[in-house]
Design a protein around this ligand. Structure first.
Ligand code: IVH
Length: 657
């Protein structure tokens, strides 16, 4: 307990010190570093149940200054929930649409990077201006606000009104003003924040602050966000220019604004998306911190600092060796990160990374965290790929940018090959989950696909957790696997270059069995293969190496003995290729596609594949009402989400010939 107490005490002191520096406009650390330690404190407080009296978590996001008077807000001054990728953003919209109403209209606008200000007007006259403070109480900065030229002091109509806006310093003015400062500020936001909280308004007036407003709270009801903006403009308030109303097309707009960002005269750090209709906003309501009807999309992905504890090499199904950094656990954007992929030696060389180095880790809106850069080297050395496979000890061979283990009996390769064989896209043996496979691999030596068919599964009846029903289900699904189409049988072998799409291409070009494939590869110059568009020398070379390898020949023979045909049997090969490279999954309920197999049929007719689970191979998730874990996973993986409405449009745009 006393250890926890010391840790809490130290973290509180550290954060409070950083907080003071931040408030004075001169932060000591980056926002990301602050957030990281803050998250650490939140976690520690949760674990220990202790919240010290001066813990910064007791006043969430407060920017109160003790030198200024405080007053209570008459509206709740909340902040925004945030996402870091367009996919997460679209998923949020999709979810709101599926939970509430399909035709929700969203607006998009700039997320200004300045200081939040709440201005109260009484009968059309600026009465007081407060900083956000802790959301309940703010600092009174009325005199300072009056120096902002773009903020109207008196409105054309005698209305009672509260506006929220962002005070900032245009980029070009920042350079100019900062030069005059005794102690220069790091960026326009800090300068604006420092200025707005000055005690002497004369000093404030010397800094050309500006404001753009984004929310208005009127006495009389206003129907929509668009109408609020119109009203605010009419009353003489400055509004940011980049504003849009969306049904669809969010992705393009985000891209467009990301590009425009640099050329804007002021800093923005993201975009804000809001529900347009006020009655629906009310219906959705708020969490403790933010409205459920708005979402900030931030340009910069969250980052954290950590230390590389070790670099390990993982061997994949094809034998490719991928270095992975094990790092000291660090919270980045709300997730604890312990591993980051390092791709290959060239990637490591470019980073000049070694074990022990201090690094910046980022989550770029997807699940796989990346090492962005080295900030402190522990050793002058750069990590080098080992000469031998960590799993089986055979030499690693370099091919292109990657290293490979070429031992087809390497335990890691076997393990991955086995789970690939049974995976959803291949033989789809869902009763054999990774745990069962690992178990029989270790304990019963089930190493190869053919072993799955010679192993006596009844032996598992003696094991804990396996009953008659379960074992029977495994046996039945293994049996069913034998009758899978030729293309699944072939791709299940996990031969590099022989994924489902290539297999389909081969079938379209006349491939009808494994033996034909062998024959095509043995023909001098392999003309049957090289004549297929998309097939080059290197693909043929790889196929030759694998398909003609005795291990694979034996495997196919053994599987045939068990009842696999490895031959095309009355399967249709003609299909549209409009969506040929796409892999779809369908989840939730639909109005027009009920049952949802109707939607799946439409997808298949256009040449895409439909699978039952969400994996990194998925390109599209069709999301209906009540979607759950599949949607969450797809969001994490950055899969494109498609609503029913968008889907109907896509079908119209891609009619069947
Ligand atoms: S709406 C309840 N719109 O971002 C609605 N906020 O991280 C909350 N901000 O505290 C605010 N541009 O200071 C809104 N177009 C915009 C904004 C914006 C910048 C700031 C604001 C807020 C913070 C939330």
């Amino acid at each position: 307990m006393s250890d926890s107490y010391t840790a809490l005490r130290e973290l509180c002191d550290l954060l409070n010190g950083w907080d003071r520096a931040y408030r004075s406009g001169r932060p000591l650390v980056s926002d990301a570093e602050f957030d990281r330690r803050y998250d650490e404190l939140v976690e520690l407080e949760r674990k220990t149940g202790i919240v010290l009296p001066d813990s910064p978590t007791r006043r969430v996001g407060s920017d109160l200054s003790s030198e200024l008077a405080e007053e209570a807000h008459t509206i709740p001054v909340l902040s925004l929930d945030k996402v870091y990728s367009v996919n997460e953003l679209v998923a949020w919209m999709t979810k709101l649409r599926s939970d509430h109403q399909q035709d929700l209209v969203f607006t998009g606008e700039e997320k200004l990077d300045g200081v939040s200000l709440v201005v109260y007007y009484q009968e059309g006259v600026l009465a007081r201006a407060l900083t956000r403070g802790d959301g309940r109480v703010g600092n009174v900065v009325t005199d300072n606000a009056r120096t902002i030229r773009s903020l109207p002091l008196k409105l054309a109509q005698p209305v009672n009104l509260v506006v929220r806006g962002e005070v900032f310093l245009p980029k070009d003015r920042f350079e100019e003003v900062n030069k005059r400062m005794e102690l220069p500020y790091a960026n326009p936001r800090n300068l604006a924040a420092g200025t707005l909280r000055r005690v002497k308004s004369k000093e404030v007036a010397a800094v050309p602050l500006e404001i753009l407003v984004y929310e208005g709270f009127f006495d009389e009801p206003v129907a929509s966000h668009c109408a609020v903006r119109e009203r605010l403009a009419e009353l003489g308030f400055p509004l940011s220019e980049n504003f849009r109303v969306f049904g669809a097309g969010v992705e393009e707009w985000v891209q467009d604004l990301t590009q425009k960002r640099k050329s804007l005269p002021y800093e923005i750090d993201g975009l804000v998306f809001k529900l347009d209709r006020m009655d629906l906003r009310e219906e959705l309501g708020y969490t403790g911190h933010h409205p459920r009807w708005a979402m900030a999309y931030k340009f910069e992905s969250p980052q954290g600092e950590s230390t590389v504890l070790n670099i390990e090499v993982q061997i994949g199904r094809t034998g490719r060796a991928t270095p992975v950094a094990r790092i000291q656990p660090v919270s980045v954007g709300g997730a604890t990160i312990t591993n980051a992929t390092l791709h290959n030696q060239a990637y490591i060389d470019a980073l000049e990374l070694g074990v022990g180095d201090r690094v910046v880790i980022s989550r770029r809106g997807d699940v796989i965290p990346a090492v962005e850069k080295v900030i402190e080297k522990a050793t002058p050395q750069v990590w080098q790929m080992p000469k031998t496979c960590p799993s089986c000890g055979s030499p690693l061979e370099q091919e292109g940018g990657h290293h490979f283990c070429r031992n087809l009996d390497c335990p890691d390769i076997l393990r991955y090959s086995l789970s690939f064989f049974t995976a959803g896209d291949n033989l789809d043996i869902q009763t054999l989950g990774p745990e069962t496979l690992d178990f029989v691999f270790e304990k019963y030596g089930v190493r190869h696909p053919e072993d799955l068919y010679t192993f006596d599964w009844n032996r598992l009846l003696e094991e804990k957790g396996f009953g008659v029903k379960k074992v029977k289900a495994i046996q039945e699904s293994l049996e069913a696997g034998k009758n899978k189409p030729f293309k699944n049988q072939l791709s299940a072998l996990g031969i590099p270059e022989l994924g489902p799409r290539t297999v389909e291409l081969l079938i379209e070009n006349g491939l009808d069995s494994w033996d034909t494939l062998v024959q095509w590869l043995e023909e001098p110059g392999a003309p049957r293969l090289l004549n297929i568009s998309g097939f080059g020398e290197s693909t043929v070379e790889t196929l030759r190496k694998w398909v003609l390898h005795p291990t694979l020949q034996k495997r196919v023979a053994a599987l045939r003995e068990q009842g696999f045909s490895f031959r095309l049997e009355g399967e249709t090969t003609v299909r549209s290729s409009a969506w040929a490279d796409q892999v779809w999954c369908v989840t939730g309920g639909f109005q027009r596609f009920n049952p949802r197999s109707l939607a799946e049929e439409e997808i298949k007719k256009r040449g895409a594949r439909v699978v039952g689970s969400v994996s990194s191979k998925l390109t599209h998730l069709l999301v209906g009402t009540g979607a759950g874990s599949k949607l969450d996973k797809a969001v994490q993986l950055g899969v494109k989400l498609v609503t029913e409405e968008e889907f109907v449009k896509l079908l119209e745009q891609n009619p069947l010939e």
